[in-house]
Unconditional design. Structure first.
Length: 323
């Protein structure tokens, strides 16, 4: 029975390799490691195509990743966004609880990464700001694609330039504006139009930031019900966003429990691949963001999804615009 089954699989694979009209590929899930010090990075060399599915760490180690940046190829993505976006905790037998941090590959890359086309440079995953004292490995879950002979030749010998739109996530901190300095809260930033009252039930966070490249919107690390208002002012004159509590409820999109997305194009959702309505912040000198919340903390994280172009050409890959 095993011999007959084995012969059947071989016949199917031979037919796929000989049939030029049939795209034959094998997809195999795999787990690799971003090792601890001293290496602290993972290099992909022995695959045809890959798609990153996510990361697995012990639940007790999760908080140690929040301040790190994930460097994937030439993109840099805030790891805290991945943790907030979709983290699942599970138990395997009698071992400690583990967390699976999902990586929305199609959102960031929108294509399977063709390792086979990279003859002269490598695709590397590493953690920026990683501590040399990190004493645990990070498991990377990925789908690996093995192509048939013809498709492998076509990809590896293709000389024309191939471009894909890609996204990364920029992270910024807003600081609490304290109208009562005796509370010893940071006082570095103050919104231009904030007039302290004798009693203010809300909490204002603000900062001047320097986003890069083309951005499609803003993500606030807070529940939509906690957001009272949000403003983004460009060059101290033009408001890219100016939402009161009513507009926040109508146009805010909750993409996770504590992540609320506000798009510059109100007709497009967070997952949209449409660049229409995006803002090119490389042409803006001053960007001031002010968020008013119904809860208090010293800082507030915000994220901006930024577009770029991945280019594959003659055995090399890179990004079109350097941030």
């Amino acid at each position: 029975m095993e011999t007959e089954l084995g012969n059947s699989i071989q016949l199917l694979m031979i037919k796929g390799a000989q049939d030029h009209n049939t795209k034959q590929q094998i997809v195999t899930p795999n787990i690799l490691k971003i090792p601890k010090s001293p290496e602290q990075h993972l290099c992909f060399k022995s695959y045809d195509l890959i798609k990153i599915k996510g990361f697995i760490v012990l639940a007790k180690e999760l908080s140690k990743l929040a301040n790190l940046l994930l460097h994937a190829g030439h993109l840099t993505i805030a790891f805290s966004f991945l943790i907030e976006k979709n983290t699942k905790t599970y138990t395997t037998g009698k071992t400690e609880d583990k967390c699976f941090i999902e990586f929305p590959h199609d959102y960031f890359f929108n294509h399977a990464i063709p390792i086979i086309k990279m003859q002269y440079n490598d695709f590397i995953l590493e953690l920026v700001n990683d501590s040399p004292r990190r004493d645990f490995d990070i498991n990377v879950v990925l789908d690996t694609f093995i192509l048939d002979v013809n498709e492998r030749k076509q990809l590896s010998y293709e000389t024309s330039e191939v471009n894909y739109n890609v996204r990364n996530i920029q992270k910024f901190e807003l600081y609490y504006y304290n109208p009562n300095p005796q509370d010893n809260a940071p006082q570095d930033y103050a919104p231009q139009d904030y007039a302290p009252q004798d009693y203010d039930p809300y909490f204002t966070y603000t900062a001047f930031i320097k986003p890069k490249l083309i951005n499609q919107g803003l993500i606030v690390n807070a529940s939509k019900n906690d957001i009272i208002s949000i403003k983004i002012q460009l060059n101290k004159t033009f408001f890219a966003l100016d939402y009161n509590s009513d507009l926040v409820r109508v146009y805010g999109e909750e993409i996770a429990n504590n992540l609320t997305y506000f798009g510059f194009n109100v007709c497009e959702k967070f997952e949209s691949q449409n660049l229409v309505g995006s803002l090119n912040f490389s042409r803006v000198d001053i960007v001031e963001v002010t968020v008013v919340l119904a809860k208090n903390s010293y800082t507030l994280d915000i994220y901006l999804p930024a577009w770029n172009v991945f280019t594959y050409n003659q055995g090399l890959f890179g990004i079109r615009w350097c941030p």
